[in-house]
Design a protein around this ligand. Sequence first.
Ligand SMILES: [Fe+2]
Ligand SMILES: [Fe+2]
Length: 197
Amino acid sequence: MWNEEQIEEYLKNNLSESRYNHSLSVRDTAVMLARKHGEDELKARIAGLVHDCAKNKNNKEVVEIVEENGYNIDMVCKNSPDLLHGLAGAIIAKNLMGIQDEDVLNSIAYHTTGRKEMSLLEKIIYIADYIEPLRKFPGVDNLRETVQKDLEEGILLSFNNTINYVISLGQLLHMDTIEARNYLIIKKCRWRYGKTE
Ligand SMILES: [Fe+2]
Ligand SMILES: [Fe+2]
């Protein structure tokens, strides 16, 4: 497996400067959240650093990477190929960088859409990507505060933000995000009201 220096060198050569700085910032935010929630700090560090390694590839390139590695591209991703930079990134992380840990690879693959039943590491990378200190969008401070109090509440809020934003642009919603949101809401309702069945 590549060491961090090799990974950083790759990112420097393959990402824009702002995307490279974002990657370092996600790494640090992910480590902070891992420490707080008892996740493996090294896994969080590597997943955070690598998560956007395919971000500066164009649509044709990410589609090629994904198809060459035997994945079927669903209808939504066919029409919004940028969603594939997570999966393409996980493929690069495995095949080029030699990262084997499935949880790290899944955290990279699902950092854009989320999915139902996310692992703790997947949640950490998803939300670290959203709230790292260089991010600036309306509501980000409120989101950061919510994440500090309740990680899942923060993730739910970010799904709501993303879904509203995607609708405002008239773009396609990915089912993984909808399923991830439904899953968290159902989980939270059980916690609030007890099991109903
Ligand atoms: Fe990304
Ligand atoms: Fe990112």
